[in-house]
Design a protein around this ligand. Structure first.
Ligand SMILES: Cc1cc2nc3c(=O)[nH]c(=O)nc-3n(C[C@H](O)[C@H](O)[C@H](O)COP(=O)(O)OP(=O)(O)OC[C@H]3O[C@@H](n4cnc5c(N)ncnc54)[C@H](O)[C@@H]3O)c2cc1C
Length: 352
């Protein structure tokens, strides 16, 4: 007898949504979530939490669509969850690209300006407004998900997995507590901790890499109706964090192959200048007020599509993540693909 049917390693938003998906599909299954820290302490805690209805490939568009529906249902079931619907504005010099990548349900329509002129629209750039956008306090949401799961799911926090050993009948996990933990199958949802010696050799063939992610905090309380602005040409966005009382500006930092445990020094002067220069092109008034922010990292896949893959021949160990800075907005779809790969079908009474 194993200790669990499914062990999920990593208690971030992806790991917790996977545990939720499995127990929804197969309520009798014995699921454990194991995290070396407390739940929602990794990329999840630092996430800007923006969801917008877009995807550069058919699969990612489908994932965005499914995830949006899933978050709408979650919020419908429990309106107190920290998910905040927002208006959406999109700026781009590539109208065909916008047409191709945004979902029909975004209902994009051409517009003249953004936030009554708060944003400067560069020459050659068009503006659209749309719907289906929201942001979440992802850490608080994940904690709420874990709270709901606790009666059905065993949470082992402060417990590091030090080795993952797939066998023919079960997977054995070695734990920092000195114990072993056996499960029929294991899901690795390690966020940016790809290089952990516990699974490095299993994960390396996926070719995923870890990139620094930086978002500036911009002082100034956004007006109640203020929405998100996506700058397509820059792969950047401006987000009113209403629950914190300030704006957030996320830009694309190109520092690769960083280690999550090494990111403690805060935002460097060079990155602060780079991000402010980007914001300056669209909102000079806000750039002057961007003096701080959050810095962490995320896992990126070679194709820029999330990875949901079996890591061993008998598919006892499955990797889920590397969502390229979109791990929040695609997490419900990643969870659904993971449950499919584990062959846990909706309505199943006991997992394999
Ligand atoms: C600044 C920033 C802004 C972002 N903004 C957005 C956004 O607007 N929209 C969006 O969709 N995405 C955004 N992202 C990306 C998104 O937050 C991540 O993709 C997502 O949180 C990844 O979730 P996860 O559960 O895979 O990883 P994590 O939340 O990092 O969870 C991984 C967990 O694994 C645990 N773990 C690691 N090693 C071990 C071990 N050996 N044993 C046990 N446990 C272990 C860790 O403790 C951690 O809790 C942003 C990311 C950052 C950093």
């Amino acid at each position: 007898m194993t200790d669990a049917d499914i062990a999920v390693i990593g208690g971030g938003v992806i790991g917790c949504l996977i545990a939720r998906e499995i127990t929804t599909r197969a309520p009798q299954s014995r699921v454990a979530v194991i995290d070396r820290d407390v739940v929602a302490c990794g990329a999840t805690r630092r996430s800007a939490g923006l969801h917008f209805p877009r995807g550069t490939t058919p699969r990612v568009r489908e994932m965005a669509d499914l995830s949006q529906t899933s978050y709408e249902e979650l919020l419908g079931d429990e309106p107190s969850l920290p998910i905040h619907p927002l208006a959406l504005s999109v700026l781009s010099s590539n109208a065909a690209g916008v047409e191709r990548t945004y979902l029909g349900r975004a209902g994009l329509t051409p517009a003249q300006d953004v936030h009554g002129g708060l944003i400067t629209v560069p020459r050659g750039t068009s503006v659209w407004t749309g719907r289906g956008c929201h942001y979440a306090d992802v850490g608080a949401l994940t904690e709420a998900l874990a709270r709901h799961l606790r009666p059905r799911v065993a949470f082992r926090e402060g417990t590091r997995v030090t080795a993952v050993e797939p066998g023919s009948a079960a997977v054995t996990l070695r734990l920092s507590t000195g114990e072993s933990f056996s499960a029929s199958k294991a899901v690795l949802a390690p966020g940016p901790w790809l290089a952990d010696p516990a699974w490095r050799s299993l994960v390396e063939p996926l070719g995923a890499r870890v990139k620094k992610v930086i978002a500036l905090h911009v002082d100034g309380v956004p007006e109640a109706h203020a929405g998100a602005v996506v700058f397509e040409d820059e792969d950047a966005f401006l987000l009113p964090l209403h629950h914190r009382g300030h704006w957030l500006f996320s830009y694309t930092c190109q520092e690769w192959d960083v280690e999550p445990d090494d990111i403690a020094e805060g935002i460097s002067a060079a990155h602060l200048a780079e991000a402010r220069a980007c914001l300056e092109r669209y909102a000079p008034g806000l750039a002057a007020r961007a003096t701080s922010g959050r810095v962490f990292c995320d896992a990126y896949s070679p194709t820029r599509e999330p990875l949901v893959r079996a890591l061993d021949d008998s598919a006892r160990v499955v990797f889920a993540g590397a969502a390229n800075g979109s791990g929040y907005r695609l997490a419900p779809a990643i969870a659904a693909e993971t449950a499919d790969l584990l062959r846990i079908l909706p309505g199943q009474r006991k997992s394999a």
